[in-house]
Design a protein around this ligand. Structure first.
Ligand code: F6P
Length: 300
């Protein structure tokens, strides 16, 4: 389901801060990318969700924290790699927007040298915040080239990141009308009966092809490029699925809705899901309207 206001809350009054935060993430993207070789092994530490951290996860997190500390109008920083929210405004009072970052989404793809990304969510509310409080969201995709998608005020833009700056390559990115890709996470035997019934319907359409890469950002970028649906569903063993609301579900729901698509947790737009905990999980379904409507009907 898409929110009636298109999921794109007005960022008026925060324009400079949103733009500066996008620029700050772009500025460190080349350094993050350049630091990946040599940081591909897992350490002993786990993140707040209990996953083993790679040296690359904490390396990217440190660089992004430093970058956000320099952004006027951003008051707090939270990341998937840290338990607590950190004040980053000059006075140390945490005044300003809340930045929630997944420093390296899909970092298990580092070992086999596949795509990964950095996700940024900017909330005009203290964390944990509802997706409806987002005033901007973005992601960097470390693919064969480094690209960045930014979303604000109902518009999505695609840039190439070169030397830490953005060069626009596509304005007004919207989901193509004829969807052709789908990617669903979770072990197939662990899917619920209703979700399996949905998958059957999607696969019955001969124009739909499977595209699942193990990094949400890479899979989402395929949906934005070709149209289709991405899901990390509720599982029999994990009814809240795997992905994190503050760092993954909300920003991706916001970006897809700004691009004219829909997002859902199975019942409602991801942007309407109540925020209860910084690291809470949420089932994620995003894509073309018809495919998300069908999903909600089938899971009902
Ligand atoms: O955030 C975790 C993540 O790496 C996502 O980027 C990705 O969609 C998912 O986990 C992959 O999980 P799995 O290994 O279960 O397919």
């Amino acid at each position: 389901m898409a929110r009636t206001d298109g999921g794109a809350d007005d960022s008026e009054g925060h324009d400079d801060a949103v733009e500066a935060a996008f620029a700050a993430v772009a500025s460190v993207a080349p350094e993050i990318r350049a630091g990946l070789p040599g940081r591909r092994t897992k350490g002993d530490e786990t993140n707040p969700s209990g996953e083993h951290q790679l040296a690359a996860d904490t390396y990217a997190d440190d660089l992004l924290l430093e970058a956000m500390e320099g952004v006027d109008g951003v008051g707090t920083y939270a990341s998937e790699e840290r338990t607590k929210v950190i004040d980053v405004d000059e006075d140390g009072f945490g005044d300003g927007l809340s930045a929630a970052i997944d420093p390296l989404d899909g970092s298990s793809n580092l070992k086999p040298n596949n795509t990964m990304g950095t996700i940024l969510a900017l909330y005009d509310a203290p964390l944990p915040a509802q997706g409806a409080d987002l005033v901007g969201a973005a992601y960097v995709l470390y693919g064969p080239i480094t690209t960045m998608i930014t979303a604000r005020d109902g518009r999505v833009t695609e840039c190439v990141v070169e030397d830490g700056s953005r060069r626009e390559i596509r304005e007004d990115v919207t989901l193509p009308d004829d969807p052709s890709v789908y990617g669903f996470g979770g072990r197939v035997p662990d899917w619920t009966r209703d979700f399996a019934a949905y998958v059957e319907q999607v696969e019955a359409d001969p124009s739909m092809k499977l595209r699942y890469g193990g990094a949400m950002i890479g899979d989402i970028n395929q949906v934005l490029t070709y149209g289709g649906v991405f899901a990390y569903p509720a599982l029999q063993s994990a009814e809240r699925g795997k992905l994190r609301l503050q760092f993954e579900g909300n920003p991706i729901g916001y970006i897809v809705e700004c691009a004219g698509g829909s997002s859902s947790d199975g019942e409602r737009s991801l942007l309407d899901v109540e925020a209860t905990d910084l690291h809470q999980r949420v089932p994620v379904y995003v894509g073309n309207d018809d495919l998300i409507d069908l999903l909600e009907e089938t899971l009902d």
